[in-house]
Design a protein around this ligand. Structure first.
Ligand SMILES: O=C(O)C(=O)C[C@]1(C(=O)O)C=C[C@@H](O)C=C1
Length: 97
């Protein structure tokens, strides 16, 4: 039945969503550590060159169905939110100093 197929596919997506969430949070913790190191050595939070390199590497491995343009849009949002996480660390450090 088509409805059963839909339910089955949605259950598959639910599991994948949880995996993505877990990986995003693992990534977020690493981003926080990078933010801390960058602040200690006086680097700016935004690194456009590094973002470009990450995207180039993703394009090399991109097997679709998402286009490179769509991958760029997804990762630009991840970079934006990662910088927000780093700013939080920056503000906490400033409050302590
Ligand atoms: O690699 C860094 O310097 C980071 O801060 C990590 C990260 C990322 O999320 O990948 C975040 C912000 C920078 O603009 C570039 C990359």
């Amino acid at each position: 039945m088509k409805k059963e197929q839909l339910q089955f596919l949605r259950e598959k997506l639910d599991k994948i969503n949880l995996e993505i969430l877990k990986l995003l949070n693992i990534r977020g913790r690493i981003v926080q550590k990078i933010g801390q190191v960058k602040m200690e050595i006086g680097y700016t939070l935004i690194d456009a060159k590094r973002e470009k390199e990450i995207l180039q590497n993703l394009f090399l491995h991109n097997q679709g169905p998402f286009s490179n343009q769509q991958i760029t849009a997804i990762f630009q949002e991840i970079f934006r939110q990662s910088i927000e996480l780093q700013k939080e660390i920056f503000n906490i450090k400033r409050m302590k100093d």
